[in-house]
Design a protein around this ligand. Structure first.
Ligand code: FAD
Ligand code: MG
Length: 443
């Protein structure tokens, strides 16, 4: 049967869609170019907030309808912060002129010649449709890299999205609750309360720091007997916080090793099972939680694109963020899913956010970005929390670790939060945690 495609008001070609209505707003939006943004993360959201809507009619496609402030995600895994304190609904702040310009969907396929992106609804899998674009920006981010290690997908927890943080929080609390139930052997208690983190990058280290705070400040009070059996292992093949200066790395290492219940394990994980992990030297480690924070891998949408990519399968773009495969300047890519071949930048929120702002400006000024000046990136610095009110800070002017860095870490992120609701909510959560402890309800 021939499928009938109709063009809906928001530019989609919906299969058996309603007859399009023609309105003044439609004719106005026709005058503007249609900019389709894939993703509502650091890159996509920053572009969305900064683009000149008088010049572009913006359509956003993303499997989540919020922006997530990832630097504080680890804090939600143990309840230092609450989940809704670090997200911002994309519909806030009049970013869309038409409510139908946001699609809770994921991009599946791209036709560069037809200037069409095919999407699948996140709410109804059978609903697949095409969206035409004048300009397309791919900002779909990346996945956690399993490095093909068997069992990771099935048994380990990732730390990328809010649902991951919620799952980790529930697992930690469940393990403590199970440890106090009758009939649970001491050996099983030890296994349940051994928490393993794989990957010593900022995500792994910060999660370890939050977990350590949770155990020492809350669980030691609520589970005074069981806490003696708690162990946290941070497994890293080379060195932790490898992007940081050596002095700061040593500072963080020392802090972690000083902790009675925490240890740094040098090794590589070769298998993950339900209740154990196996290292490359075949040693078996029983554990009750594995959090996998070991590098980035491409999303299936990026893999599906037959365009030039680097070894890590990131989309190659030029210094104006135009896809190398599309030098006409209709398709751009930014953030973790892309790589500027001439000037590679680290896969960080800082980079993605700046690229989003840069692209918003260059598209507004130069339309096809063909003549836009190349993007220059200078890092404003790096911060990582290491637990117990201590952090490491590497700034262009100085590098230091300790309590002052922690104060800087907190104030820096507080000022970076996108709106006043979050800037109010986050300190309230910090205050509640400090005075009343973390909430250990499981739901
Ligand atoms: P993301 O922010 O991941 O956004 C990708 C978006 O694309 C999401 O909305 C996603 O839902 C959407 N998407 C996925 N697939 C599709 C599809 N098929 N179609 C449409 N949309 C899709 N960086 C720092 O600079 N400082 C930090 O302190 C820091 N801490 C971090 C802590 C954690 C726990 C994590 C996970 C990351 C941290 N990062 C930090 C890294 C930073 O979050 C990333 O570099 C940044 O998110 C990259 O931005 P992005 O826009 O490329 O991707
Ligand atoms: Mg993005």
């Amino acid at each position: 049967m021939k499928r009938i495609l109709t063009t809906a008001r928001n530019g989609t070609n919906a299969v058996f869609g309603r007859r399009p209505r023609c309105s003044t707003s439609e004719s106005k939006s026709r005058e503007r170019q249609r900019l389709v943004i894939l993703g509502s993360g650091w890159g996509g959201y920053s572009l969305m907030k900064n683009i000149d809507q008088r010049k572009f009619s913006v359509v956003v496609v993303s499997p989540r309808n919020h922006f997530l402030f990832t630097p504080l995600l680890a804090s939600t895994t143990v309840g230092t912060l609450e989940f809704r304190s670090i997200i911002e609904p994309v519909r806030y702040g009049r970013k869309f002129r038409d409510e139908r310009d946001f699609h809770l969907a994921e991009a599946e396929r791209l036709d560069l010649e037809e200037k069409t992106v095919w999407c699948r609804s996140m709410l109804d899998e059978s609903n697949r449709y095409a969206i035409r674009y004048d300009k397309l920006v791919i900002a779909v981010g990346a996945l956690s890299n399993t490095f093909g290690v068997p069992g990771v997908r099935e048994h380990a927890f990732f730390l990328k999205e809010l649902v991951d943080a919620k799952a980790i929080r529930n697992r930690i609390i469940s393990n403590f609750e199970l440890a106090v139930q009758p009939g649970v052997t001491p050996c099983r208690v030890k296994q349940l309360l051994h928490f393993v983190i794989v990957g010593g990058g900022p995500t792994g280290v910060e999660f370890g720091a939050e977990l350590y705070d949770f155990i020492s400040q809350d669980m030691s009070r609520l589970f005074p007997m069981e806490v003696n059996d708690v162990r946290v292992s941070l497994i890293e093949a080379s060195q932790i916080l490898s992007g940081f200066d050596e002095k700061l790395r040593k500072f963080a290492e020392k802090k972690i090793q000083q902790r009675e219940k925490m240890e740094l394990v040098k090794g590589t994980v070769s298998e993950v099972h339900r209740d154990t992990i196996i290292l490359q030297d075949r040693s078996e480690i029983p554990c009750g939680l594995v959090v996998w924070a070991a590098g980035l891998a491409p999303r299936s949408f990026v893999l599906s694109l037959g365009v030039p990519k680097n070894k890590q399968q990131q989309l190659l773009v030029d210094q104006s963020l135009r896809l190398k495969a599309d030098p006409m300047g209709s398709v751009f890519a930014l953030g973790d899913c892309s790589c500027v071949e001439e000037n590679p930048m680290p896969p960080t929120a800082q980079v993605a956010e700046r690229q989003g702002r840069y692209l918003a400006k260059s598209l507004s000024q130069y339309s096809d970005a063909t003549h836009s000046p190349p993007m220059h990136f200078k890092s404003v610095g790096m911060l990582a929390y290491v637990g117990d009110y201590q952090a490491v800070a590497e700034l262009p002017q100085f590098k230091f670790g300790g309590f002052h860095s922690w104060l800087l870490w907190r104030s820096a992120y507080l000022t970076r939060l996108g709106n006043w609701r979050l800037r109010l909510q986050v300190p309230i959560d910090w205050f509640k945690t400090f005075f009343y402890g973390r909430d250990v309800s499981q739901f």
